[in-house]
Design a binder for this molecule. Structure first.
Ligand code: GUN
Ligand code: ZN
Length: 427
């Protein structure tokens, strides 16, 4: 048993209903008790020390204890091409992404990048990732193997593409189905790993491939499905050309049974009213990727309007379209996008989106994303004074939210002083 001491922030509600600051309780001198990989108790430090006198104590002092961050849309194979200059989506895919992804049939390359990726994200406080791999089964094996070694709860799947991609990056409708099924059987439910059915996006799949993956999902309704939608205007026009009979982008997925509870729709910036209503009706999740949307020049996600409509929304880096591995930087970008859209997101809303909110979008809100009894012990200690610039601002803070906001806006991996995955300290 380990008793971790620090400030504790516990969300009891969504901060998008009512006053954001009322959604969480803050314990100034708090503690989290970890036993057998799960959180056994949370409360006041003195009380828990008295109650569990034999527990090994780890004192994080003034650091804020938080659930590890949950990054709901990433491309780990794009780790080494992050921050590639000067292109918009389609050119960016062709110039940078596809050449790099074509290397992942080499298991050694895939393993090396997966190791680097998890080193970077865990250092930045992320304990759950939902990743696109490449078309190669080797890329999926490398991803899950690296995560399993670290005891992480992660999700991911083989990216399927059978058109509009280079020869060496195309599968077929049948091989996409067969390989996805083989990998699902191999990995789904192993330790803390979950498979995700992954058609890249409508332009790179034939109707036959989307149909095959819709069929696979229908056979395995307990797994998630991830894809991209309505990220850039050029992409939307291309989809209209490729699928002339579909009334809109969403319908392309809808007609093949690819929209439903358990669908994770990345970007979702330029949705029509029909698409917004239908996504809500069919109970799919939307994933906001703010650094990517700005880096690739895609547009502003309508957080305020979509929240008001009752959408379930997660937050994600979308590396390497996104320009940071850090969910702190990603929260900052979400704040900036909110400002440009006329609505300042509260620090409670930002933090919730990066933890409990994102956990809900992947239907794991009952086991990760909160510091609460019975939850898995994926925990980070956040130093709220990690740099001189942040410290001099935090010194003036009157509330926990004021103390947290400078770290959201200016923090990086230096702010993450410790990380536990399933109760094991990994940083
Ligand atoms: N749309 C299809 N593939 C991708 C990708 O790899 N990154 C981003 N940002 N958008 C995509
Ligand atoms: Zn993406």
């Amino acid at each position: 048993m380990e008793l971790i001491l620090g400030q504790v922030l516990q969300f009891t509600n969504t901060p998008f209903d009512g006053r954001p600051e009322d959604a969480a309780t803050h314990i100034r001198h708090g503690a989290v008790l970890v036993h057998d990989g799960t959180i056994a108790d949370v409360g006041d430090a003195d009380t828990l020390r008295a109650q569990y006198p034999t527990a090994q104590v780890t004192d994080m002092r003034d650091a804020l204890l938080s659930p590890g961050f949950v990054d709901t849309h990433v491309h780990y194979p794009q780790t080494a091409i992050i921050a590639s200059w000067g292109k918009r989506l389609i050119d960016w895919l062709n110039s940078y992404t596809f050449p790099e992804e074509s290397r992942f049939g080499d298991a050694d390359h895939a393993t090396q990048i997966a190791e680097t990726y998890f080193d970077l994200v865990t250092a930045a406080g992320t304990t759950t990732t939902v990743s696109y791999c490449t078309i190669h089964p080797e890329s999926v094996d490398a991803y899950f193997t690296a995560a399993q070694k670290r005891g992480l709860r992660v999700l991911g799947g083989k990216t399927c593409m059978d058109r509009n991609a280079p020869d060496n990056l195309r599968d077929t409708a049948q091989s996409a189905y067969d390989d996805s099924k083989m990998l699902l059987d191999r990995w789904h439910g192993q330790d803390r790993l979950s498979y995700v059915i992954t058609p890249r996006f409508a332009p790179t799949s034939t109707p036959e491939q989307l149909e095959a993956l819709g069929a696979l999902w229908a056979e395995h309704p307990d797994v998630l499905m991830q894809t991209h939608i309505s990220e850039q205007h050029e992409e939307i026009a291309w989809v209209a050309d490729l699928f002339p009979d579909a009334e809109d982008y969403l319908y392309v997925y809808e007609q093949f049974g690819l929209v439903g509870k358990g669908a994770l729709l990345g970007h979702a910036i330029h949705l029509t009213e029909r698409e917004r209503d239908r996504i809500r009706e069919l109970d799919a999740s939307l994933i906001h990727c703010p650094t990517s949307n700005m880096f690739i020049g895609s547009g502003l996600f309508d957080m305020q309007g979509l929240v008001a409509q009752g959408h379930r929304i997660g937050l994600a880096t979308d590396t390497g379209g996104g320009s940071s591995f850090s969910m702190l930087r990603t929260m900052a970008a979400a704040y900036e996008v909110g400002q440009l859209s006329g609505k300042a997101l509260h620090p409670a809303q930002l933090w919730w989106l990066a933890t409990a909110g994102s956990a809900q979008t992947i239907h794991m809100g009952d086991r990760i994303g909160r510091l609460a009894k019975g939850y898995e012990a994926d925990i980070i200690a956040v130093d709220l004074k990690s740099t001189p610039a942040i410290a001099q601002r935090t010194d003036r803070a009157a509330t926990i939210w004021e103390a947290l906001f400078p770290t959201i806006m200016m923090g990086d991996d230096r702010a993450i002083s410790a990380v536990w995955a399933g109760g094991q300290k990994i940083k």
